[in-house]
Design a binder for this molecule. Structure first.
Ligand SMILES: Cc1cc2nc3c(=O)[nH]c(=O)nc-3n(C[C@H](O)[C@H](O)[C@H](O)COP(=O)(O)O)c2cc1C
Length: 496
């Protein structure tokens, strides 16, 4: 037997022949699809150029992941640039989280916000004190400076919620339930919870969607629930309600949300319980009274006159929310209409400063705490937001990354490959809560650590010492101004 014969027996027949058959089969399938495309009527490109149209579709699908992995540089990706994602992943997994060789950002580019450090730094205090919220309630709560922002069981799967809750418990910060009700997975990790109530009143509603006081009081009395948050709007889709399609409403979700399984549920764009700011105050007062716990409101700022309206109502009714959560228009969501995501609402820093100015002007600043969310992902972001007026911050997408989100941008399809924003059991298998929970806590610790370092570099011991005077904005080339000059306090307000 010659060498050629041996090669024929060992390689050709077992491997090349089946490959040839597979190739012919594939070609036949493509030909069949091309014939189908030639006669279909929806896509003109595929009807005119069936094979080219098919190739174009495949390349268009492959484009985003290819760009993300191969072509985009560290600052390009949106909404979270790769250098931030790398930092969060590194800090969550205890890898090296420092950066080499200097900044990659164009820090003299107009619009950039920077901090003004002191010539006399302080020693860093790595456990900056929390903020007491609801001093006048029966159960005030001391809030950590950095927390998990609202994300419901529904937008995230049970494994992600369980990991976040357990991580928050380890790190001693709160986990906001989002508007989908209090799920066993929020409770399971043992974390302090903020129960968010949106327009759908999920978890405290009658079948017609109206507020169910008894159900509310029962759930709110749970020891883990430390504060209640009334959601007026959120940055990614301000002024927009939502529809939860019936097919997504499993028996479990239906029971948690108090809705019918398999039937579409509408979240209106507004709360049915009030028509004006005074009505909203009455509702806030009812919740404060029923629970004895701090009650806050969350919104994304649209018309600034709203701030004066609510402050006047707080004064006239004497009912004052314990905190206001300001969500910047740059905030995230699972799914939103394009127009609402891109075109509506104030970005975080401006909204925060306008809100704080209104509170100072109406002499309410000492009574109302401010929470900020919207791309607050690092210790530096936290320091900037606190200097711009926040008492504490919350992040949603930062914590999603800490449990393994790779920004695949599939939150709206139930096909999140990292098992975070999905209910698909197979995909969720990849996210092991016991492994991810410590990552959540480590990411939080890294943010607080960097924040403490920045605070010390600015010459302060206490986060509350930060003010707009510590921030500067590049407004033009060679024109950098303190934010306290660009957005002045209503009067010479000595910080906070
Ligand atoms: C998957 C997902 C679900 C969200 N669900 C809610 C929600 O139920 N209620 C709410 O007020 N905000 C919701 N948000 C907005 C966040 O709570 C947060 O305000 C916003 O994303 C800004 O934080 P970030 O920039 O750190 O993501 C959600 C955001 C994401 C990404």
């Amino acid at each position: 037997m010659s060498l050629t014969d041996i090669l024929l027996v060992v390689v050709y027949y077992p491997f090349i022949e089946p490959l040839k058959t597979a190739f012919l089969l594939l070609a036949a399938v493509f030909f069949g699809m091309a014939v189908r495309d030639f006669f279909q009527r929806d896509s003109s490109i595929k009807r005119n150029f069936p094979l080219f149209g098919m190739g174009r579709y495949i390349i268009a699908q492959a484009g985003p992941p290819l760009r993300q992995y191969l072509f985009e540089n560290d600052r390009d990706e949106r909404p979270i640039p790769r250098y931030i994602r790398k930092w969060i992943q590194a800090s969550a997994t205890s890898a090296t989280a420092t950066v080499p060789f200097g900044t990659q950002l164009d820090i003299d580019k107009p619009g950039t916000v920077l901090m003004r450090h002191s010539a006399f730094p302080r020693p860093a205090e790595y456990h900056p004190e929390g903020v007491v919220c609801g001093e006048r309630r029966r159960h005030p709560y001391t809030v950590n400076r950095f927390n998990i922002s609202a994300m419901s069981f529904g937008s995230l799967g049970k494994n992600a919620i369980s990991a976040l809750s357990a991580g928050a418990k380890i790190g001693g910060f709160y986990h906001n339930t989002g508007e989908g009700g209090v799920s066993p997975y929020h409770l399971g990790g043992g974390a302090d919870l903020v129960w968010q109530i949106g327009t759908g009143k999920f978890g405290c509603r009658h079948q017609d969607g109206s507020f169910n006081e008894e159900a509310f009081a029962e759930v709110a009395s749970h020891e883990q629930i430390k504060m209640i948050e009334l959601k007026l709007s959120q940055g990614a889709k301000p002024g927009k309600g939502g529809i939860l399609p019936g097919e997504k409403i499993t028996d479990e979700i239906a029971a948690i949300r108090m809705v019918k399984p398999g039937v579409d549920v509408i979240s209106p764009s507004r709360h049915a319980e009030w028509d004006d700011a005074e009505g909203m105050c009455a509702f806030i007062g009812r919740l404060q009274e029923l629970t004895g716990k701090p009650v806050g409101i969350k919104f994304c700022l649209g018309k600034p006159s709203f701030l004066d309206d609510i402050c006047r109502a707080f004064k006239s009714t004497g009912i004052i929310p314990d905190y206001i959560a300001v969500d910047g228009a740059e905030g995230g969501t699972g799914a939103a209409p394009l127009a609402h995501t891109n075109m509506l609402g104030y970005p975080l820093l401006d909204a925060l400063m306008l809100t704080e100015n209104a509170l100072i002007k109406h002499r309410l600043r000492d009574e109302i705490r401010l929470c900020a969310s919207g791309k607050v992902w690092t210790g530096g972001d936290l320091a900037v937001a606190i200097a711009a007026g926040a008492d504490w911050c919350a992040s949603a997408r930062g914590f999603m990354l800490s449990v393994g989100c790779i920004q695949a941008l599939h939150c709206n399809t139930n096909f999140c490959p990292a098992g975070v924003a999905t209910h698909n059991a197979w995909l969720q298998r990849g996210l092991v809560p016991d492994v991810k929970a410590p990552q959540v806590a480590r990411f939080h610790e890294a943010v607080i650590h960097d924040f403490a370092d920045v605070l010390a570099s600015c010459g302060y011991d206490n986060p509350s010492d930060l003010s707009r005077k510590d921030l500067m904005k590049v407004v033009g080339w060679h024109d950098i101004r303190p934010l306290s000059e660009l957005v002045p306090y209503p009067w010479d307000h000595a910080a906070k």
